[in-house]
Design a protein around this ligand. Structure first.
Ligand SMILES: Nc1nc2c(ncn2[C@@H]2O[C@H](COP(=O)(O)OP(=O)(O)O)[C@@H](O)[C@H]2O)c(=O)[nH]1
Ligand SMILES: [Mg+2]
Length: 286
């Protein structure tokens, strides 16, 4: 049995817990063929069962408050060659990453975990990215009237502070911390653009990497210029299947009551499937 750790990076509301719910359901079901299948689970069984039930019923998963975060969720999965992997897959609260950025500190356990880890998944939600306005996109007449750019203040309120800093700046900082802790050793990184249903509605021809290069050019440049140390793959994932507003039954019936069909996974070549195990399988192959 191979032991692998996967570290999940993502600020609050980026789709991490919904992904974990849809992933756990997918691993367990036997109808749709998937790259990875379920073997076993170590951790809080109630937590995972509740998560899957909530997801199946078409409700939003509960917010992962810092007190509820799961440091130890270990999935035992098996691939097509019958190799078994144990994948440690913590469901951390997004506030942890915000605190790290603001306080310039990381707790010892998380740092040790990252040091040993070769597989990372980074979640982005197109609905709540903080993208700065570029000077070149502001009309010249308006530019003349801008007084002074205001620096974000260090407020007591965590969210206010982090919301004032562009998402790409905070994410590059996180990846620099990973590089530092791993002493510049190579690693695999899956970038998950979550809520892909929203991107598909707005810009149906877009590929996941294009969303990142357009919305977060600083992050894209950092990852690209750090190749081959960072071996990246990009996925667009809709773990929920759409926005959960309105009649739940009408929403679930859109997919013929087949839970697996709610999931959209799109790779950077545009290949489309319901197999949400793909991004995990890909980062584990190192
Ligand atoms: N439209 C859409 N919204 C999603 C999807 N996945 C998650 N969301 C929404 O994004 C928000 C954050 O999701 P959650 O999994 O709790 O994020 P976490 O804080 O990173 O664990 C919630 O409002 C979800 O309903 C998706 O596939 N499509
Ligand atoms: Mg969560």
């Amino acid at each position: 049995m191979k032991q692998k750790n996967c570290f999940i990076i993502g600020f609050p509301e980026t789709g991490k817990t919904t992904f974990l719910a849809a992933l756990s359901y997918t691993l367990k079901q036997a109808k749709e063929p998937t790259k990875l299948r379920w073997r076993n689970f170590n951790g809080d069984h109630q937590y995972l069962t509740r998560l899957i039930d909530t997801w199946l019923s078409g409700e939003k998963v509960a917010r992962t408050a810092p007190a509820m975060q799961q440091q130890r969720l270990t999935l035992e999965v098996i691939d097509e060659q019958n190799t078994t992997y144990t994948v440690s897959f913590p469901d951390l609260s997004g506030e942890l990453f915000q605190e790290q950025y603001k306080n310039r500190e990381i707790d010892k356990n998380t740092a040790e975990y990252i040091k040993d880890c070769k597989s990372f998944m980074l979640f982005l939600n197109p609905k709540n990215l903080n993208v700065p306005e570029y000077i070149s996109s502001v009309p010249f007449e308006e530019r003349k009237n801008i007084q002074t750019a205001s620096e974000p203040k260090i407020e007591n309120n965590q969210n206010e502070y982090n919301n004032a800093v562009p998402s790409a700046v905070q994410l590059v900082d996180m990846l620099q911390l990973v590089d530092f802790l791993k002493n510049n050793a190579p690693y695999k990184l899956s970038i998950i653009v979550s809520a892909w249903d929203i991107i598909e509605e707005r810009t149906p021809d877009h590929k996941p990497e294009q969303v990142v290069s357009e919305q977060l050019p600083l992050l894209w440049q950092y990852i690209t210029s750090n190749s081959p140390k960072i071996q990246v793959c990009y996925y667009g994932v809709s773990a929920q299947g759409g926005t959960l507003e309105g009649d739940v039954n009408a929403f679930l019936s859109k997919f013929g009551w087949k839970p697996a069909e709610r999931i959209i996974v799109i790779d950077n070549s545009g290949n489309r499937s319901h197999d949400i195990t793909l991004p995990l399988w890909e980062v584990m192959s190192i």
